[in-house]
Design a protein around this ligand. Structure first.
Ligand code: GDP
Ligand code: ZN
Length: 329
């Protein structure tokens, strides 16, 4: 990786730029009593936040603040403390750019991460990826909203790979998505992926076994993996170690990664969200004769006209109708 070949001086300069960037991007200091910070790890009623100067602070959370997740920008307040050590409390959550949520048991919505710029959908080229699943991810990402990138990993694996990757690649590139081919085993495409992560907060999602953790390990500079281990004092003054979920890259990129984020799977959504999640369909959907057109066989359907003129890919159209059949009524 290019990032690992940097000299110490270059690394320090980049780290300092990163901090400046973080302060410009999201978290400006409010006043002396409170300051803003970004949540980098969160466990129960405690969290670790990173201030604009890069200091990591363990905080407790004021009651009734609602859910706080990794990536949130928060306001923290220093508490007057008679003990030797200072303590901090989270007093507010700043408005979110977006919030990734999943539907858990009994249909309960669980927030996972906030303020995400782009979502990397990781697939293994063998066995052949399922475009229906890719499209479900894309619908969820379009609606977040965030930028979606498709990674086809394990390109070293199988002799039919070329056929598979070129088909899927052209399908999604035609719609306007970036597709990146990678092989962790052969170290292929990792620099392209790394460059795509610059200056953005990204997460990697995809089925188990496709190579998400392998990619993250290869992308993160060694020193950031170590920094991932946070040692901070708890209430009793003991050191506890937690693992960060938010990592800085040397190119100003940020990756939010945790088992909960990696396991994100899109859930069923409304007809409106599904149509919005297919950009090439949504551009025709509002030109149909009937406002409640199902785009199947109604007269004056602009989607059907576009499909017949090859402006909409048939596989995408089928996946769209599959999602519409499964949707929440
Ligand atoms: P995750 O569940 O998505 O996090 O997947 P892992 O990163 O744990 O990878 C699952 C398996 O795939 C592991 O045995 C990896 O060594 C292997 N793997 C990951 N990337 C590649 C690759 O590019 N090529 C090959 N052949 N194997 C890979
Ligand atoms: Zn229609």
């Amino acid at each position: 990786m290019a990032g690992r070949k940097l000299s110490r001086q270059q690394q320090r300069r980049i780290a300092s730029n990163q901090k400046n960037k973080l302060s410009e991007q999201s978290c400006a200091v409010n006043n002396n009593a409170t300051q803003t910070a970004r949540v980098i790890s969160h466990h129960g009623r405690k969290l670790v936040a990173e201030t604009v100067s890069g200091t990591r602070i363990k905080c407790s959370i004021r009651q009734n603040l609602g859910d706080i997740v990794c990536g949130d920008c928060i306001v923290i307040q220093e508490l007057d403390n008679s003990k030797t050590q200072t303590s901090y409390v989270v007093v507010a959550i700043q408005p979110r750019q977006n919030l990734l949520q999943k539907i858990g048991f009994a249909g309960i919505t669980k927030p996972i991460a906030a303020n995400i710029d782009q979502v990397i959908i990781v697939n293994s080229v063998y066995p052949e990826p399922n475009t229906s699943l890719i499209d479900r991810y894309l619908v969820a990402i379009e609606n977040l909203p965030a930028k979606a990138i498709i990674v086809l990993n394990k390109t070293d694996l199988h002799k039919t790979t070329k056929v598979v990757t070129s088909g899927i690649r052209s399908l999604y590139e035609q719609i306007g998505y970036r597709v990146i081919l990678t092989s962790v085993k052969k170290q292929g495409g990792l620099d392209s992926l790394y460059r795509q992560l610059a200056n953005q907060t990204s997460i990697l999602v995809g089925l188990s076994g496709v190579g998400k953790s392998s990619l993250v390990k290869n992308i993160l500079p060694e020193e950031n993996i170590r920094i991932g281990e946070i040692s901070a004092r708890n209430g009793e003054g003991k050191h506890t170690t937690t693992v960060a979920s938010l990592y800085h890259l040397n190119n100003n990129g940020i990756i939010i990664d945790s088992p909960g984020v990696r396991d994100f799977t899109p859930s069923n959504t409304s007809a409106q969200d599904i149509t919005y999640g297919f950009p090439e369909i949504r551009q025709y959907a509002n030109q149909c004769k009937f406002s409640n057109c199902s785009h199947r066989n109604e007269p004056g359907c602009a989607v059907q006209v576009a499909l017949k003129a090859d402006k909409i890919n048939l596989q995408r159209y089928r996946n769209y109708q599959l999602m519409m059949n499964d949707r929440i009524q």
